[in-house]
Design a protein around this ligand. Structure first.
Ligand SMILES: NC(=O)C1=CN([C@@H]2O[C@H](COP(=O)(O)OP(=O)(O)OC[C@H]3O[C@@H](n4cnc5c(N)ncnc54)[C@H](OP(=O)(O)O)[C@@H]3O)[C@@H](O)[C@H]2O)C=CC1
Ligand SMILES: CC(C)CCC[C@@H](C)[C@H]1CC[C@H]2C3=CC=C4C[C@@H](O)CC[C@]4(C)[C@H]3CC[C@]12C
Length: 444
C-alpha cells in the first residue's frame, strides 16, 4: 500500500534516492553508529571528540568492534531466553480482543490486548530476580558490563531476522497486505508484509512493544542500578531520568492498543526500518541518556530536580491526555464532551480498494483543535526534561535522542498528513481548514 503510493508520486531520481540511496546508507551506517555511541558513552567519558581522536589515532572502527564480542554464547542464550519469555507471555497472558485499523484490502488485524500485563510481569520478574541475585552476592548489572556484546550480537541477529521476514512476506504471507517493490534492497529496508505473524505471534507487536520498549525499560532500570553500585548513592539526575522514562514506558503499555492504530503499524511494513529499528535502535539509541549518566553523573540539585520532574510529569500527562481524547472520540463515535462541551467532529468517508465505503470520526476539539499533531509537543518537552538532567556541559550524546526525535516527529507530521489526505481526501482538507497548523499553533 505505502509502496504503491511512493511509486505513483515520485520521479526516477527521487525514487532512486528514496528507495536505494537512503535505505543503503541507513543499513550501512546506523548499526555502526550505535556501536560508536555505546563506545563513546562507556569508554570515552561520553565525549565525541575523544571518540573521534581514538578512531583516528588508535585503529579506526576496528577499535570499537575489538571492544565487544559477537561470539559470546551466554549473551545469545540470554537474548533467546528473553525472547522466549516474551513470546510465552504474549501467548499465555489473557487480554481482551481488540482490533487494528481496517486496511485498504479490507483486512482487520485482531490483537490480544495484554501488553500492560506482560510489561508488569516482566518488570516484577526483573525486580524479584534482582533481589534473588543480590541475596547471593550477584547483580543484574552484569548486563551493563556486557551491553556492548548484547548490542553487537542483537545487531547481527536482527539483520538476519529482517532477511527472514522479507523472504517470508514473499513466500508465505500472513494476510492480503503484502508484496514486492521490484527492488531487493528496498524490500529488505521497508519489508514485504504489513502484518506478519509466525505461529500466531504478531511480529510487529513483538519487535516494537514486547522486545524494543521492554528492553528500553529494563536497560533504564539496570543502568540506574549500575550507577548506584558505582557511586554508592542515588544520583538525583539519574533518579529523575529513570523515573520519567519508566513512567513514559508504563504509559505506553497502558495505551498499547492505541499504538496498533498508528502509522508504525498500519503503514510501515515489517522490514529493517521498523523491525531492526525496534530490536536494535531502540535498545541502543533510545537508552543513551541513561547509559551516558552511569559514568558521567551530574548532580542536578534540588531545585532543578523538582523543576525537571514536575515539568516532565506535566508533559507526560498532556501527551497521554491528547492520545486519550482521540481514542475516546472514536470509541464514542463522536458523541462525547471534551473540555466541557460537545465534541466537534468530522464524519469522514473513505473507500477500500474494492470500492466499499467506510466512515471514521476526525476529532476537531480539545488538543486536536489546537494543532493536528499537538501531542508531539509534550512528547518532546518530556524528552528534553529527561535529557536535561545531564546538564549543559559540552556533551552532545545526552541530547542526541531529543534531536533525533524532533526530526522524526517533524517528518512524521508530513507522513501522517499525506496518509490521511490520501485516505480521507476532501474530509481531511475540511479538517485542515478547521485546524490549520501541523504541530505548533501559529508557527508550523
Ligand atoms: N518516542 C518516539 O519515538 C515517538 C513517539 N510517538 C508518540 O506516539 C503516540 C502516537 O503518535 P503517532 O504514532 O504519530 O500517531 P497519532 O496518534 O498522531 O495517530 C495518527 C493517526 O490518527 C488518526 N487521526 C489523525 N488525526 C485525527 C483526528 N483529528 N481525530 C481522530 N483520528 C485522527 C489517523 O489514523 P486513521 O487512519 O485511523 O484515521 C492518523 O493516521 C504519540 O503520543 C506520540 O507522541 C510518535 C512517534 C515517535
Ligand atoms: C533508521 C532507523 C533504524 C530508524 C528506526 C526508527 C524506529 C525505531 C522508530 C520510528 C518511530 C518510533 C516510535 C513511534 C511511536 C512510539 C510510541 C511511543 O509512545 C513509544 C515509542 C514508539 C513505539 C517509537 C519506537 C521507535 C520507532 C518505531
Amino acid at each position: 500500500m505505502a509502496t504503491k503510493q511512493l511509486k505513483q508520486a515520485e520521479g526516477p531520481l527521487v525514487q532512486f534516492i528514496n528507495r536505494t540511496v537512503i535505505p543503503l546508507l541507513l543499513i550501512l551506517l546506523v548499526p555502526q553508529s550505535v556501536m560508536y555511541l555505546w563506545y563513546a558513552s562507556v569508554h570515552c567519558q561520553g565525549s565525541l571528540t575523544e571518540l573521534a581522536d581514538r578512531l583516528t589515532n588508535r585503529g579506526g572502527p576496528a577499535l570499537v568492534w575489538a571492544a565487544v564480542s559477537v561470539a559470546n554464547p551466554a549473551v545469545y542464550a540470554a537474548i533467546l531466553a528473553f525472547c522466549a519469555f516474551q513470546v510465552l507471555l504474549m501467548l499465555l497472558v489473557p487480554g481482551r480482543t481488540c482490533y487494528g485499523t481496517e486496511t485498504p484490502t479490507g483486512h482487520v488485524p485482531e490483537y490480544k490486548d495484554n501488553g500492560f500485563a506482560c510489561y508488569l510481569i516482566t518488570m516484577a520478574t526483573f525486580l524479584a530476580g534482582t533481589v534473588y541475585l543480590k541475596q547471593r552476592g550477584l547483580t543484574p548489572t552484569v548486563i551493563y558490563d556486557y551491553y556492548g556484546d548484547f548490542l553487537a550480537s542483537m545487531i547481527l541477529l536482527s539483520l538476519a531476522f529482517c532477511l527472514l521476514l522479507c523472504v517470508k512476506g514473499v513466500l508465505a504471507p500472513t494476510s492480503t497486505d503484502h508484496g514486492r517493490s521490484g527492488n531487493y534492497l528496498f524490500d529488505y529496508y521497508w519489508g514485504t508484509e504489513l502484518y506478519p505473524r509466525i505461529c500466531g505471534i504478531d511480529i510487529k507487536v513483538f519487535t516494537n512493544c514486547r522486545f524494543g520498549l521492554t528492553v528500553w525499560a529494563l536497560a533504564v532500570a539496570v543502568f540506574a542500578l549500575k550507577s548506584y553500585e558505582l557511586h554508592g548513592r542515588v544520583v538525583d539526575g539519574m533518579a529523575v531520568t529513570a523515573a520519567l522514562q519508566l513512567l513514559y514506558l508504563t504509559k505506553f503499555f497502558w495505551w498499547e492498543a492505541g499504538y496498533y492504530r498508528t502509522i508504525d503499524i498500519i503503514t510501515d511494513r515489517a522490514g529493517f526500518y521498523i523491525c531492526w529499528g525496534c530490536l536494535c535502535f531502540v535498545p541502543s539509541f533510545y537508552t543513551l541518556v541513561s547509559l551516558f549518566m552511569v559514568r558521567q553523573p551530574e548532580p542536578v540539585g534540588p531545585a532543578w530536580t523538582a523543576a525537571l520532574l514536575g515539568f516532565g510529569l506535566a508533559s507526560l500527562a498532556v501527551n497521554y491526555w491528547s492520545d486519550w481524547q482521540k481514542q475516546a472520540a472514536r470509541a464514542a463515535d463522536g458523541q462525547l464532551n471534551i473540555w466541557g462541551r460537545p465534541a466537534r467532529v468530522i464524519r469522514a468517508k473513505y473507500s477500500l480498494d474494492n470500492g466499499q465505503e467506510r466512515q471514521s470520526v476526525l476529532l476537531a476539539s480539545g488538543f486536536w483543535a489546537v494543532s493536528r499533531h499537538f501531542h508531539y509537543i509534550p512528547e518532546l518537552s518530556l524528552t528534553l526534561c529527561w535529557s536535561a538532567v545531564c546538564g549543559t556541559g559540552c556533551h552532545i550524546i545526552p541530547y542526541m535522542y531529543f534531536a533525533f526525535l524532533s526530526v522524526l516527529l517533524f517528518h512524521r507530521s508530513f507522513r501522517d498528513d499525506k496518509k490521511c489526505r490520501d485516505k480521507y481526501g476532501k474530509y481531511w482538507s475540511e479538517y485542515c481548514k478547521l485546524v490549520p497548523y501541523k504541530i505548533v499553533p501559529l508557527l508550523f
